[in-house]
Every structure is written in C-alpha cells, then in structure tokens.
Design a binder for this molecule. Sequence first.
Ligand code: WTA
Length: 656
Amino acid sequence: MTSPTIESILQENRLFPPPAEFSEQAQLKSLEEYQALYERAKANPEAFWAELAEQELHWFQPWEQILDWQPPHARWFVNGKINISYNCLDRHLTTWRRNKAALIWEGEPGDSRTLTYAQLHREVCQFANVLKGLGIKKGDIVGIYMPMIPEAAIAMLACARIGAPHTVVFGGFSAEALRDRLNDGKAKLVITADGGWRKDAIVPLKEQVDRALNNNSAPSVENVLVVQRTKQNISMQPGRDHWWHDLQQGVSANCPAEPLDSEDMLFILYTSGSTGKPKGVVHTTGGYNLYTHVTTKWIFDLRDTDVYWCTADVGWITGHSYIVYGPLSNGATTLMYEGAPRSSNPGCFWDVIEKYGVTIFYTAPTAIRAFIKMGEHLPNARDLSSLRLLGTVGEPINPEAWIWYHRIIGKERCPIVDTWWQTETGGIMITPIPGAIATKPGSATRPFPGILADVVDLNGNPVPASEGGYLVVRHPWPSMMRTVYGDDDRFRRTYWEHIAPVDGQYLYFAGDGARCDADGYFWVMGRVDDVISVAGHRLGTMEIESALVSHPAVAEAAVVGKPDEVKGEEVVAFVILEDAYLPNEDLDKALKKHVVAEIGALARPGQIRFTDALPKTRSGKIMRRLLRSLAAGEEISGDTSTLEDRSVLDKLREGA
Ligand code: WTA
C-alpha cells in the first residue's frame, strides 16, 4: 500500500454556489436543509434509513429489526420482504406513470425504442417466465453478457423478479474473463446476444460465450439465451442455445414478483482488487433498493419531466445502480445508449442529448477529457439547452476538465455533481447535493446524509484538515457490499483489517487516499493500492501481471499505471523474458494481444518495456513506486535504501 501524499493535488479555491433558479425548484433546496438531514442521520442512522424505507419503498412484509451489525457483516431490514423489480415496475402501474417512458433506448446504428412502464413490466414478466421455463429458480445465478440494449435491463429485472441473482459481465471482457466469472459464481444460464455495436464494428459476444464454454470449461452453464441484435451468422448449439425471441413468443405475461427476503442476494458484480483474481462483490435486495433509490432522487434531483441519461455500461456498478435500479425505482425516464463517440460520429453524445431533450447527463472524467480533445465545435453545433444537471463518476476529475464541462456543456447554468463511490458501496457516498452544496472543481464535496466518511491514518485516527490520509466510512449503510462471493475471509482482510478497529468500532477502508479541507470538503486523490483506472475502468495490476506471465515467453512481469491525459492512466508493463526469447516488435505485439485475450481490450498495455531485472527490496518485493516514477519519466525520489541492486534502476532508465 502506498501512503497518500498531497503533492499531486492542486490548490483549488474556486467556489460555485448552486444557481438560485436551480435551488428554488430542487428536492433539497439549501445548505441548511442538507445539514439538518445530515445531522439527523448522523445522530441516529437506523431511524433515518427506516423512515425513508417506509416512505419510499413497497414492502410485502415489514422488517423486524432495522440493522443487525455483526462487524463486518451487516443485515438491513431483517426479515422484511421486498422485491426490487416490483419497486421498479409494478408500483408505477397503478399511477399515471403507467404510460410514461421508462426506458428510452438509442442503438448505435440509429435504431431506437421506447418502453413505457407498462410495456417494460410486460416484457420483464414474460422473460421471468422464460427463465422459469428453463428451470431457473430462486438462488440460481444467471450470467448476463450483453450489449447496451433494452434486453440487458429486462434480463436484470426478470432475474430480480424471481430471486435469481444476476452477474453481469461487461461485454468488453474476453472469453477467458467471462469463463472465470461464470465458474466462480457457478452460473446456470448465460444471457447474451449475437453481437453488439461498438464504434461501427460488431463485438462478437456469442462467439466469446462459445469460447468461454467450449470443452465443458464452464460446466455449471446449462443453457444460453441469445438476443438477435447484429444478425451476423453465429452457431447455435442444439439443446443448449436458444433465441430470446423464440422463447419469449407467446409466453404468459403474468408473473407476480416474488416476495424476497431483504437480505436475499440481488447480484454479484466482479471488480478488480490489489491481489489475485477479481472479487465477486455481493449485494442484497432491500438495502440496495433503498440506497440507490434515495441517492438517485436527491443527487440527480429527479422530476417527472426529466430525461435522465447515464452513459455507463450496465456491465459496471454505475449501470446497475444509476441506469437501471435507482432511476426505475423512482419512476424516472432513463436513457440507454448503445454507442460510443467514434470517428464516423464523434459528436454522437450531443446528438442524443438534442434528440431526446436530455435534462440530466452523468458521465466519466475520461469521457470529458476525450470531448475536450475532439473540440468544442461538436457540442456547440447541437442544442444542449435541455440540460439542467451534470454529473461525473469513476475517477478524480481534474479542475480543467470540470471547468470545460461547466462552460461548454453546462453553459455555466448546470450544477455538476462529482460523485465518489465504488462497486463495493453500491451507491454514491460523497457528492454535492446540487441545490444545496456549493461545488469546488475537483472535490466530491460532502458525504451523503447517513454516510459517516472520514480521513484517517493507519491507526484509524482522523488526520488534521487538508492532510492526506485514508478514506474510510464509520457506520454501516444500507447498500454496502455484504461479502466477497465464496471468500468471506478476503472480504474481512481487504476492507476491514488494513485499519485496525478503534475502540471496537470497525472502519470500512475504501482503498482510496483523500484529504478533507477546512470546509469539510473531501478531495479524493486516487487509489493507494495496486488498482489502476484506465479510461474509467478499474483494473488490478496483478490481474494484468498474471495474464502476462501465463504467456510462455514471460518469466516475470510488473505492471504500473502511467498518467495519461485522456484515459487517466495507461498500462505500462515491465517484462522479463524467458531465456529462449529475445525482445522484439513481434513479441511486443504478441504480448499485448495475449493480455487482450486473457482479460479484454480495456487491459491492453500501452507500453511493454523489456528488462532483465526489476527493482526489488532485499526481501524480494517489487518496488512499484520506482516503476511508476520510471514509467512516468520522473526522477526517482524518496528512499531507495531498501533496493537490493541499485544498478537495476540505471538499466531500466537506459532501456527507456
Ligand atoms: C474511483 C465506480 C475520485 C475511486 C463507481 C474508487 C473516484 C474507484 C470517483 C471505484 C470520484 C470513483 N472521484 N475517484 N468521483 N468515483 N472513483 O468500483 O478510486 O469501478 O475507489 O466504481 O473509482 O471504482 P468502481
């Protein structure tokens, strides 16, 4: 673990108060209102959440206990019965929202579809019956490997409806990565498509599924359901593979939502950590439903007239919480877009905003930096006047990008919510409340009511204002991860033991460094472990190293992130070859290709640096800090006295 420093953080003192016109209409209208809520929640978090759970959600049966906290295990709304698909669909059908657009979808080639709440409900019920017909029961895990099409959301909601936990695997992951995740969860079924559109090309999803399953390498999978999207030729294995449209044909749309236990597993989502293979983060039903509902409502200040667009992929937590569950639970109109900015249409995002009159736009800093590069003539050529609120997520946003977003996209009118959270937290933890909290470019500002965040040292003691430390959360919250699937020990070690409990109080350790300024604003500085963020995608350096050493030519590999203007970080791999191999361009290409095959294109090294030694401590640990400096082309500073062989550094420098 590296220790957080404040060197890299800019001094940023600009303050942007919420525009008066925005605050007047907002769900939370003033700093006083936020503070009152925050204090009330802090004084009694359980009562705060229970009151909201009663007001905001439908329960089949009330809970008997609000929180059962056996550190580090929390159970929320114990013995309460609930169904998130009911809260996202059924309860809106008895209101005027029945015929409101629930999901607006735009495909990359320009096709589109809108589903009202009644239509979405119908499709979800039918598909839930299809799942049942394939023998899927409560507790069976279902893999979803889909493009950004309505069927992805329909599949998630149908799983939730019958209590079958889903595990969505991002469509950019390779067959290998898919297979690992299916095997870890022992998935019984995989839902996919023939392909998906990505930058004018077809992502051959079904082909990857075939590869993941071949030679019985994922033996738990009994059936594969395939949506026809791109219509190229694919092979269908009789008995195992079925077309979605065939099975959906003529199926009953009557499928009442199963009353599930509040703590029944809703989904597993794999995410990268600092060691070993990706972790299956487990989220359960009631607490997750409540937290994503309330955060969506207050942070995005939802109104019934909004067209809300989050540009994430459903394969990531942002897609789960803020494309599907949070917005639909609120009865909002959520927009889903299959495409990405590409050379044939670099301004496609602005087209979508204009076409649908998007009012709330939630994207990532890496996308904003790419927009800056593409030039402001693109957004300037479109009517963006419908926008009223902007958001970012995924990594720290540099103040320059923040200001550009504010000026060019928000026309200095729209508040920006810079939202800090993680796969593990389930929902947004630190963020401006747009009508209440003045923003500072680059700061995620203040904790959401009910979240007791702090910056501490390794002993769990708060550090003085503006000093760097570790970001922690002090009290359990409803959507916190419950465990690592199949590895509770890893859950304890990763999140609860780095920082020792203080007076018996457990602190959740997020893995991020941060500082909190004199105004109580949080500045997240990035990971303090070996997790990197490439174009907003979270990757473990160990994962990439394992992929590299699985290639016959590689003896040893060390991977670090190198700062990149657009992507945030780029993967740089230092590689020692086996004796029989010589470094050359072909091998460079082959190794990059190998990483893509093992993990996916998102992990492709930007640079491979061949070397015959790595800087190690006398105890044999690779000194990544030095490699990071080398990769960034910086001078080596700080203590190098533990280095075993100093000449290694000189060689590595020469090699560059
Ligand atoms: C980083 C994405 C700074 C952070 C929702 C965290 C951020 C990791 C922000 C989680 C932000 C996310 N400012 N850093 N607003 N949002 N991060 O699990 O390092 O894909 O630990 O969840 O992204 O990434 P994950």
